[in-house]
Design a protein around this ligand. Structure first.
Ligand code: UPG
Ligand code: MN
Length: 507
């Protein structure tokens, strides 16, 4: 692979387009549940987007709330007020990143200039006060009446029967066209809109895709910008220049029209497969590049094969690969070795570490044997109309211990999940296999070590590699005491399953 590096010239963008000539940008933020996605976190994301280095009169931020929660609306109302302080502060101190939560977590108090230090502390305090007000009210679970009176928007919730059954709620909290919508320095503020789209139990809401459709419709009536940026509520902007960077590509007169969007795609196992459909609209090369996403989930099957079958056959005395001493072993060795070395070199070349690469290999395997495998099962169940796919929103709050472990590259398990049961069972099965084979062949049958290795060498290597890859899993099952370890109940089930599987193979 030949990586291709592109650089932007933002100064040229500014000299070609003055503030008035720059195109509008509508930013869509999606949130869906005030318990799993705390409103205080959501508005830090919103504030980081409002603070993009881009003319505010050209910027509109829309928050879609699928939780239809007055708590989230309240938090956004607080954010609309705090933005009046935060935006000038970001400009003045060239703040990065512009999510107040992230910024105050990583930046120490400036000490050089007492006036700046003072301002810094005032803003920090005002942020923390706002955050704690939001957290208190979120914990309370409802907006107190005195706050209710502060904005007519809260009246909308008098008509809401549940989050699955309510009218559309659109509230423009900051109207960019309003001359009074200014920050404390008198500069205009970006438009800020709250949206809880209409939901009725008899109509499917189509999760985030449904939310995006509603956002497109609502924004087209308010700002109707030619460019749209979508972020999840936990994905704050970590670079205030991103919009200008992206526009350097999208406004490029030669290639700009060929770029539709940038970012991450999800097309798992979809019936909208680019190879089967859309064949006419897409060049073959592009279809093939998208295909990799569709192969993610099915790739779990061959991976599971490699994780299970060589070890099983080893227990059953079935040799799968050529003998080590045979010339036919060379292609196997070559493919495996060159492929991995290539990946390692590329990883290190792009600035990674060997340890980082190893972890990446681990995650590569863990994802394939668990989440991708479950995706395949889910798809099959859906095909057979046994179950409907659902979407479980991921929890965005992590406690300090989890964060600390993350910083140290320690894997976190902690909960009982069927994924961890699969992971632990496979890991234990491989280690039991090594022990059983060693005991049986060397100790009981008293076979010649060299001969055993010659016949089963490749299988033994695969098995040992799997044990090596699984080291963090054994550690999490047996040696860890922290809250990120694999729960004892999971270990017990996994051990029973692995034990029966290997016993089955032996007898
Ligand atoms: O009914 C819903 C469900 C989810 N969301 C939002 O969708 C986003 C993604 O949900 P999350 O639970 O965080 O899923 P992830 O697996 O972390 O998200 C990845 O996968 C999603 C779907 O495959 C993509 O949409 C995301 O961009 C991508 O980060 C979040 O902002 C949610 O608030 C909604 O707006 N409405
Ligand atoms: Mn997410």
């Amino acid at each position: 692979m030949e990586p291709c590096f592109r650089y932007t010239f933002k100064d040229r963008l500014s000299s070609r387009y003055d503030d008035e000539a720059l195109p509008g940008v509508d930013i869509f933020v999606c949130t869906a549940d005030p318990r799993l996605e705390p409103p205080a976190m959501v508005i830090s994301t919103v504030l980081s987007l409002m603070a993009y280095d881009y003319p505010p009169q050209k910027l509109s931020v829309y928050l879609s709330d699928d939780g239809g929660s007055s708590l989230t609306f309240y938090a956004l109302l607080e954010a609309s007020r705090f933005a009046r302080l935060w935006l000038p502060f970001c400009r003045k101190l060239k703040v990065e990143p512009r999510s107040p939560e992230a910024y105050f977590q990583v930046t120490p108090e400036p000490v050089d200039d007492p006036a700046i230090a003072n301002e810094w502390l005032t803003i920090k305090k005002s942020y923390e006060d706002m955050k704690s007000r939001i957290e208190i009210i979120t914990r309370l679970g409802e907006v107190p009446t005195d706050i209710h009176k502060e904005h007519k928007g809260f009246d909308e919730w008098d008509l809401v029967s549940s989050r699955h059954d309510h009218q559309t709620i659109v509230q423009v909290l900051i109207d960019g066209r309003d001359p009074n919508a200014i920050d404390i320095e008198g500069k205009p503020l970006p438009t800020l809109v709250y949206l809880a789209r209409e939901k009725r139990p008899q109509f499917h809401h189509h999760f985030k895709a449904g939310a995006l459709n509603a956002l497109i419709r609502v924004s087209s009536k308010i700002s109707n910008a030619p460019f749209v940026l979508n972020v999840d509520c936990d994905m704050y902007s970590n670079n205030s220049n991103t919009i200008r960077d992206a526009l350097c590509f999208l406004l490029d007169e030669e290639n700009g029209h060929d770029i539709a969007y940038e970012g991450q795609l999800q097309i798992f196992l979809s019936k909208h497969c680019t190879l089967l459909n859309d064949r006419k609209n897409m060049p073959l090369k592009l279809q093939l590049s998208y295909c990799i996403y569709m192969l993610w989930a099915p790739s779990s099957i061959p991976t599971l094969y490699f994780v299970l079958v060589p070890s099983f056959c080893l227990l059953k005395d079935i040799s799968l690969f050529p003998k080590i001493s045979s010339i036919w072993g060379v292609p196997y060795l070559y493919v495996f070795f060159v492929h991995r070395v290539h990946s390692l070199v590329e990883f290190v070349w792009c600035g990674g570490t060997v340890r980082g690469w190893l972890n990446e290999q681990r995650m590569w395997m863990f994802k394939r044997t668990t989440s991708y495998f479950f995706a395949v099962l889910d798809y099959i169940l859906k095909l057979c109309q046994i179950s409907e796919s659902t979407f479980v929103i991921t929890r965005k709050v992590a406690d300090d211990n989890v964060n600390r472990r993350y910083e140290k590259d320690i894997m976190d398990f902690g909960i009982s999940s069927p994924m961890f049961t699969v992971l632990a069972t496979l890991a234990l099965f491989n280690v039991l296999c090594i022990i059983a084979v060693g005991t049986k062949k060397i100790v009981i049958d008293n076979d010649d070590v060299m001969k055993v290795f010659d016949i089963y060498g490749f299988q033994i290597v695969v098995c040992c590699l799997l044990v090596f890859i699984n080291l963090p899993v054994y550690q999490a099952m047996l040696f860890r005491k922290d809250s990120g370890k694999i729960p004892a109940s999971v270990t017990l089930v996994a051990f029973t399953l692995a034990f029966f599987a290997s016993a089955l193979a032996i007898y």
